[in-house]
Design a protein around this ligand. Structure first.
Ligand code: UDP
Ligand code: UDP
Length: 467
C-alpha cells in the first residue's frame, strides 16, 4: 500500500445499510471525517424503510452541504422469500443483491475515492463487487467489539465438526458465551440472518480495517484479543473511534419535542427513568400492558417511548389504544408517554434523567456511556444480549437476565416484578458511581492523547493512502 499522502486526495465514500441503528453511526462518522479534513461522499440508499431514515437524511444533507450526496436507487428485485420477513433484513438482502450496480457509481465519483467504508451487513457482497477497484476497503461494524469477536469467530467454528449448538461458545481469549446469549437465529439450521452473518464474518478478513464505535476502556480484553489475532489469526486492525458524537442536525427541539424537554426541565435531578427499546423493537401488546403497570407501581418518574410496530410509518395506533387513556390520566403527574421519535441524545443528556431502561442496541449503549446514565438492560433480539454483557461488565448498568428475549413468543414479564426492579435500580447509588466512571473513561478516550483520539489520527492517515 502506497502511503505518500501528498499525492493522494483524501476522499472517502460511505455506504450505510438499512435501519437507524446503522444510519445514525454512519452519519456521525461522516461528520467526524468531514471535521478532520476528509472529503466525504455519502451514498443514500433509496427508498428507505422508515420515515426516521428519510427525515434524518434530508436534515443531514441540508445541514452539511459540503458532504456530497450520491443516491443509490434500489431496483425492484423480486421480493425475497427468505425467512425471517423483517423489513430491515429484507432491505439488507435487497442492497446485497444490487451490489453489482455499485462499481459504476463509485468509479464515476470525482475526484476518485481513496477508500470505501461499508456497513457490516453488506460486506461480503460489496467486497466481491469492488474487488478490483483502486481504493482501500473499510468496514463500519455497527455493534460492539464483543459482537465483532462473536461474528468473526462463529463462521469458522460453526463449520467445524466439533461445533455443538447446544453448548456455550468458547471464543479464544474471551470468556465463554452462554448459549442463551447468542442471537437465536445463529443456532437455527438455516435462515437469512445466519447466512449473512456467516458470509460477512468471513469477508471481514479482507478489510483494510474495521471501524467500531467503542473505546478501549469499555471493552479492553476483547479489543486486545481481536487486535492480537487471538480470536481469529491475522485479523484486520480494529479501529476504535467511539463514542461517536451526535451531529448538530440531530439537535432539534421544535413542536412536541419542546413540550417533552419543558416537562423534563420541571423534574428533579436524576429522578426520571427513560424507557426505550430503540427505533425498531416493538413490544407485544401484553408486554406493553405489563410495562405500563410496572412503571406505575414503581412510583418513579418516567419518560416512555413506546412502539408497537417494527417500522415507524406503520405505527398508526394512538397512545390511548396502546396503553389506555385511564393509565395516561393516572400517571400524568409522574410520567410522559410518547409514540414517535424522541431526541434520545438530548434526553440522556438532560440532568433530570437518572436511568435508562434499554434494549441495548449498541448506539443506545454508547450514548448512555457518553452521558454516564446507568442502564437497566432488557435485551430483546439480535446482538443485544452480547451488548448487555458489555454494559454489565463495564459497570455502566445492570442486566436482569431472567427477563429473557423479547418478541411475540416471549414470556411476558409481569408488572409487579418490573415495578420492584425499577425502584431498586433508581435507588442504586453504586451503579450511579460506576456509570459516572464510564462517562469519564469515554471522555478521556476522545480527548487529545486518548485511545479513540489516537485511533482517529491513525485512521485519517491510513485513509489518505491509496491501494
Ligand atoms: N433513537 C432516537 N430516538 C428514538 C429511537 C431511536 O434518537 O425515538 C436513536 C438512538 O439514539 C440511536 C438509534 O436511534 O442512536 C438507535 O440505534 P440502537 O443501536 O440503539 O438501536 P436500534 O434502533 O438499531 O435497535
Ligand atoms: N451483523 C453482522 N453481520 C450481519 C448482520 C448483522 O455482523 O450480517 C451485526 C451488526 O453489527 C448489527 C448486529 O449484528 O448491528 C445486530 O443485528 P440486528 O439483527 O440486531 O440488527 P440491527 O439492530 O443492527 O438493525
Amino acid at each position: 500500500m502506497q502511503t505518500d499522502s501528498s499525492i493522494a486526495p483524501m476522499h472517502v465514500a460511505l455506504f450505510p445499510s438499512a435501519g437507524m441503528g446503522h444510519l445514525a453511526p454512519f452519519l456521525r462518522l461522516a461528520v467526524a471525517l468531514d471535521a478532520r479534513g476528509c472529503s466525504v461522499t455519502f451514498i443514500s440508499i433509496l427508498p428507505t424503510v422508515s420515515s426516521a431514515e428519510s427525515s434524518h437524511l434530508s436534515h443531514f444533507f441540508s445541514t452539511y452541504p459540503q458532504i456530497h450526496c450520491m443516491e443509490f436507487h434500489l431496483p425492484r428485485n423480486e421480493p425475497s422469500t427468505a425467512s425471517p420477513a423483517d423489513p430491515f433484513f429484507l432491505q439488507w438482502e435487497s442492497i446485497r443483491r444490487s451490489a453489482h450496480l455499485l462499481p459504476s457509481l463509485l468509479t464515476s465519483i470525482s475526484p476518485p475515492i481513496s477508500a470505501l467504508i461499508t456497513d457490516i451487513t453488506l460486506t461480503s457482497s460489496i467486497f466481491d463487487a469492488v474487488a478490483n477497484l483502486p481504493f482501500s476497503n473499510y468496514v463500519l461494524f455497527t455493534s460492539c467489539a464483543a459482537t465483532l469477536a462473536l461474528f468473526s469467530y462463529f463462521p469458522i467454528t460453526a463449520q467445524s465438526d466439533t461445533f455443538d449448538a447446544n453448548c456455550q461458545l468458547q471464543i479464544p481469549g474471551l470468556q465463554p458465551i452462554p448459549n442463551s446469549d447468542i442471537p437465536p437465529p445463529l443456532l437455527l439450521p438455516k435462515n437469512l440472518f445466519k447466512t449473512t452473518v456467516m458470509e460477512n464474518g468471513l469477508a471481514l478478513m479482507k478489510a483494510d480495517g474495521i471501524i467500531v464505535n467503542t473505546f478501549d476502556a469499555l471493552e479492553p480484553n476483547t479489543l486486545m484479543a481481536l487486535n492480537k489475532g487471538i480470536v481469529v489469526p491475522a485479523f484486520p486492525p480494529v479501529v476504535t473511534v467511539g463514542p461517536l458524537e451526535r451531529c448538530s442536525f440531530e439537535h432539534s427541539r421544535e413542536g412536541t419535542k419542546q413540550q417533552l424537554f419543558s416537562w423534563l426541565n420541571a423534574q428533579p435531578a436524576r429522578s426520571v427513568m427513560y424507557v426505550s427499546f430503540g427505533s425498531r423493537n416493538a413490544l407485544s401488546r401484553d408486554q406493553i400492558k405489563q410495562l405500563a403497570e410496572g412503571l406505575e407501581k414503581s412510583n418513579c418518574r418516567f419518560l416512555w417511548a413506546v412502539k408497537s410496530k417494527v417500522v415507524d410509518k406503520e405505527d398508526m395506533v394512538t397512545l390511548g389504544e396502546l396503553v389506555g387513556d385511564e393509565f395516561l390520566e393516572r400517571v400524568k403527574e409522574k410520567g410522559v408517554v410518547v409514540n414517535g421519535w424522541v431526541e434520545q441524545w438530548g434526553v440522556l443528556g438532560h440532568p433530570a434523567v437518572g436511568g435508562f431502561m434499554s434494549h441495548c442496541g449498541w448506539n443506545s449503549v454508547t450514548e448512555a456511556a457518553w452521558h454516564g446514565v446507568p442502564v437497566l438492560a432488557w435485551p430483546q433480539a439480535g446482538d443485544q444480549r452480547i451488548n448487555a454483557g458489555v454494559v454489565e461488565r463495564s459497570g455502566l448498568g445492570i442486566w436482569e437476565r431472567k427477563w429473557g428475549w423479547g418478541g411475540d413468543n416471549a414470556e411476558v414479564v409481569m408488572g409487579a416484578e418490573i415495578g420492584e426492579k425499577l425502584q431498586e435500580f433508581m435507588n442504586n447509588a453504586g451503579i450511579r458511581v460506576s456509570a459516572a466512571r464510564v462517562r469519564e473513561e469515554a471522555k478521556c478516550a476522545i480527548s487529545a492523547g486518548g485511545t479513540s483520539a489516537s485511533s482517529w489520527m491513525n485512521l485519517v492517515e491510513r485513509l489518505k493512502s491509496k491501494v
